[in-house]
Design a protein around this ligand. Structure first.
Ligand code: FAD
Length: 367
């Protein structure tokens, strides 16, 4: 029996555990203080196809990750409150920009059938789809776009895996200089160790004299509970120059998120940022009131210098795999990264050039 130990139960750790859970020759253990820090505080938009990012490897990874959701959700029978392909609308005020976006969507759909139906909508058609809006703009609708509750998604996958071969432990771990796994119950052995620790990879690897080129970025968003309810089919709005507007099932609305580069690992709610997020929401729906805010969520994203994720075995310690740098689209790329890591654990083979640059680009030896 092969012992695979995963540190971190965010989207990467949970999906990896899920894909390993049907292997009778593997036992899996996860350590974390809770459930994925960034994962549980994320906005939940899965819609990578209209991104202007030029990084083709990132796009392939994100496209593949978005395509995995419907499969995983069907296999584990998760409901609409966890994941729903209600579509996404990306708005543009300038008609020429809107047409460019529409043409980009049509071109990308040729190699991404999961995008579904694509429609160019007038401002009033946008409002018909999203009656909450009081100041709609014209936009492009992509029916395959989705929203996911990262917390519930990871939670469901871990529960699924726990019924098979997963054991979970609460707590923080550290590493020794040779990669020894040190827990509150002493040193633990493993055959393969997977560090799915998001923004915390740098401090975790330092005892091994390795510096991961990852920095933390603070992200905040607000959740509101509105007096009216809506069905499951209300799309997500990604407005031009504003925060995203994500109606979840029934009456929960999320507005966010911020990208704060100078706050390190701080998880305090900032009242000024809360006000700013509310003002963003209010520009879209003038009926919002501050007393409808039920929660401000704060998460820490992991960024690499080229904004791309990386994953795989450490060059000189191949029994330790790492994954980090998922940035602001980690709920989208995370499922594919988890699947690729699980495949590698099971086969010892990988062919990841289409998805990332060599992992050496993101690691250096400590002085
Ligand atoms: C506000 C916000 C909004 C976002 N919105 C979106 C979105 O709409 N769409 C999208 O695709 N992405 C979004 N993201 C990005 C996405 O949430 C992240 O990229 C992704 O969740 C990262 O997953 P992860 O598994 O790498 O890390 P995490 O989810 O952070 O999980 C890592 C886990 O490792 C644990 N850990 C760390 N060190 C240790 C240790 N020493 N011992 C034990 N456990 C440890 C941590 O406790 C943590 O739970 C958003 C992020 C934020 C913050």
């Amino acid at each position: 029996m092969k012992q695979v130990t995963i540190i971190g139960s965010g989207i990467v750790g949970a999906v990896t555990a899920y894909y390993l859970s049907n292997d009778p020759n593997i036992s899996v253990t996860i350590y974390d203080e809770g459930i994925g820090q960034a994962t549980k505080n994320s906005a939940g938009i899965i819609s990578p196809w209209l991104s202007k990012r030029r990084n083709k490897r990132w796009y392939e990874l994100a496209k593949a990750g978005a395509a995995l959701y419907p499969e995983i959700v069907a296999d584990t029978q998760m409901g609409y409150s966890v994941y729903q392909q209600a579509g996404t609308i990306v708005t543009r005020e300038d008609p020429a920009d809107l047409e460019d976006l529409y043409q980009l969507a049509l071109a990308r759909r040729q190699k991404a059938p999961q995008m579904g139906t694509i429609e160019k909508l007038t401002a009033s058609e946008v409002q018909e789809r999203l009656p909450l809006l009081t100041a709609p703009q014209p936009g492009v609708f992509v029916s395959g776009g989705a929203r996911v509750d990262g917390d519930k998604f990871a939670h469901n996958l871990l529960k699924y895996a726990e019924k098979r071969n997963l054991v979970r432990h609460k707590g923080k771990v550290s590493l020794g200089d040779q990669g020894q796994l040190l827990t509150s119950h002493g040193q633990q052995s493993y055959d393969t160790l997977i560090l799915a620790v998001g923004a915390w990879l740098k401090p975790l690897l330092l005892p091994m004299r390795l510096v991961a080129k990852v920095r933390p970025q603070k992200g905040q968003l607000i959740e509101l509970q509105l007096p009216q309810t809506w069905g499951d089919s209300v799309p997500v709005l990604m407005p031009e120059g504003e925060r995203d507007f994500i109606p979840f099932t029934r009456n929960k609305l999320v507005v966010g998120a911020t990208h704060e580069d100078d706050q390190g690992y701080d998880l305090q709610v900032s009242p000024l940022v809360e006000e700013d997020l509310f003002a963003s929401g209010k520009k879209l729906d003038d009926n919002l009131t501050t007393d409808q805010i039920t929660q401000v969520k704060v998460g820490t994203r992991a960024y690499t210098p080229d904004f791309a994720p990386f994953f795989g075995p450490l060059p000189d310690t191949p029994d330790i795999l790492v994954a980090s740098g998922l940035g602001s689209s980690g709920l989208t790329t995370g499922p594919m990264i988890g699947k690729l890591l699980a495949d590698y654990v099971q086969t010892g083979q990988h062919d990841w050039d289409q998805y990332q640059l060599p992992i050496e680009n993101y690691l250096e030896e400590a002085d």
